[in-house]
Design a protein around this ligand. Structure first.
Ligand code: FRU
Length: 470
């Protein structure tokens, strides 16, 4: 009977206790998915950052491990990534036992208080025992600050060019641009270029970049660059924009001059992809932080604060010749399915709290409403060419005014065919057409939702009862 507190997510990752934000250091190695995360072990609000740690063999069930990285004399440990240095380019392991390397931002709060501006630098740490223990590199920091306040969140990938030669590429968030650096050994970094198009979203500081390769539907390699911004998201607060283009080992370029958002819900931030996923698998695997800086520190939970999204696999699709990213719930989530009910009609009683629902969209305008006996409800609807999500009467909402805001999403010209909904104790995630449009939202009903009312969907609704992962 672990984790039974009110609002404790049952199939989303959350820390046992205390504050969590961004996912960090996601790397697959020797049969294990590692998930590190921004963690404040001393309290349930944001504070001096450590890297918490968990592992999974299936992306769904997680085992909590001890804190992996603690602050040291260079600062607290902000967001970053991890790679498997299989060729031992760093020399920090051996070829027989290659090191896992974590690349993170040191945030020197003392220096910041004293008025310095160069208080964010990049450091590395390595593990020779499958991530169980970590040693900081002896000559940290490996990338010093050039004199700019926001200089953080290194995401590193192995880049291989056509002649088979490779190098490490670091994407770094630098205030209002992404800077790329390269290295042969993860220790000596060389500046390559900046990405800062005029037409991008600049409503807030740029954070948590991720650069990765993904195949287009016709099998062509394309590059995607994630940039999380806070504030300035399409529905207020923090959100993740992305660019689809090309990367030549030095520069990222794109011809599609359009701001694209990964998720139109308010609660998917700072997400990035796993590194070292086996080639045979071939998926681009993603998890995000399921909260928003507008209210993350004051959501009504006490023991722990915040959870991750369900894991998703990212794929490109096209609308009118432009490329967009779809976020599909990973197939491993099917393991959670218990009873499946085929329910008919537009008013359905729900007897279970953890659900996945599959609905067929039959009319252009549709409406989906969940409600409980306390008169609380959430609604998702489409009217004309827009999607609306309303959680203003969803349960507890008064911890922050911004939480009650009506969320909207454009229809992007998608031909809406089906909707999948994942309902946990304190979240609801909507996936249209295998993730072509996604809304990830947290909610705090005071009683379980017990009724589903719909309009514009097929009569038969598949409702899967889901099992807890704990
Ligand atoms: C994003 C972020 C990162 C930073 C971390 C600090 O949510 O602000 O830019 O590294 O959180 O916890």
């Amino acid at each position: 009977d672990y984790y039974q507190e009110p609002y404790r997510p049952q199939f989303h990752f959350s820390p046992e206790a205390n504050w969590m934000n961004d996912p960090n250091g996601m790397v697959y190695y020797e049969g294990e998915y590692h998930l590190f995360y921004q963690y404040h072990p001393e309290g349930n609000t944001w504070g001096p950052m450590h890297w918490g740690h968990a592992i999974s063999q299936d992306l769904v069930h997680w085992e909590h491990l001890p804190i992996a990285l603690y602050p040291d004399k260079f600062g607290t440990i902000f967001s970053g990534s991890a790679v498997a240095d299989l060729k031992n380019t760093s020399g920090l392991g051996t070829e027989e036992n290659p090191p896992l390397i974590a690349i993170f931002t040191y945030h020197d709060a003392e220096a910041e208080k004293a008025g310095a501006i160069d208080f964010q630098t990049q450091g590395i740490a390595y593990s020779l025992d499958k991530g169980r223990t970590w040693e900081k590199y002896e000559n940290n920091p490996v990338l010093k600050n050039p004199g700019i306040k926001d200089f953080r969140d290194p995401k590193v990938m192995w880049y291989e060019d056509n002649d088979g030669k490779g190098k490490w590429i670091m994407s770094l968030a630098v205030k209002d641009r992404i800077s790329f650096y390269s290295s042969e050994n993860l220790i000596d970094w060389e500046y390559e270029s900046d990405f800062q198009p005029l037409w991008a979203a600049y409503g807030g500081v740029w954070e948590c970049p991720d650069l990765f390769k993904v195949k287009s539907p016709d099998g062509i390699d394309k590059w995607v660059l994630f940039v999380s911004i806070n504030p300035g998201g399409p529905n207020g607060g923090s959100a993740t924009q992305y660019f689809v283009g090309d990367f030549d080992g030095m520069e990222f370029t794109t011809t599609e001059e359009e701001v694209k958002w990964l998720d139109y819900g308010a609660d998917n931030y700072a997400g990035v992809t796993w590194s070292n996923v086996p080639k045979e698998d071939g998926r681009v695997l993603f998890i995000g932080w399921m909260s928003n800086w507008d209210y993350a520190n004051v959501v009504p939970t006490e023991v722990w604060r915040s959870a991750k999204t369900i894991p998703r696999s990212l794929e490109l699709f096209e609308i009118a010749g432009r490329s967009y990213l779809a976020s599909k719930p990973v197939k491993e989530l099917d393991k959670l399915k218990g009873n499946t009910l085929d329910l008919q009609g537009n008013e359905i009683e729900l007897e279970h709290e953890l659900l996945e629902m599959a609905l067929v969209i039959e009319e252009a305008d549709f409406e989906f409403e969940l409600s409980n006996e306390a008169g609380e409800s959430v609604t998702l609807k489409r009217i004309d060419d827009k999607i609306y999500f309303d959680r203003s009467n969803s349960g507890k909402t008064d911890f922050e005014v911004a939480f009650k805001k009506l969320h909207t999403a454009p229809d992007l010209g998608i031909n809406f065919k089906e909707l999948r909904v994942f309902l946990d104790k304190a979240s609801i995630e909507f996936f249209f057409n295998e993730g072509e449009l996604v809304l990830t939202e947290i909610i705090f009903p005071t009683q379980p939702y017990s009724k589903l009312k719909t309009k514009g969907f097929g009569d038969s609704k598949k409702v899967h009862q889901l099992k807890s992962i704990w």
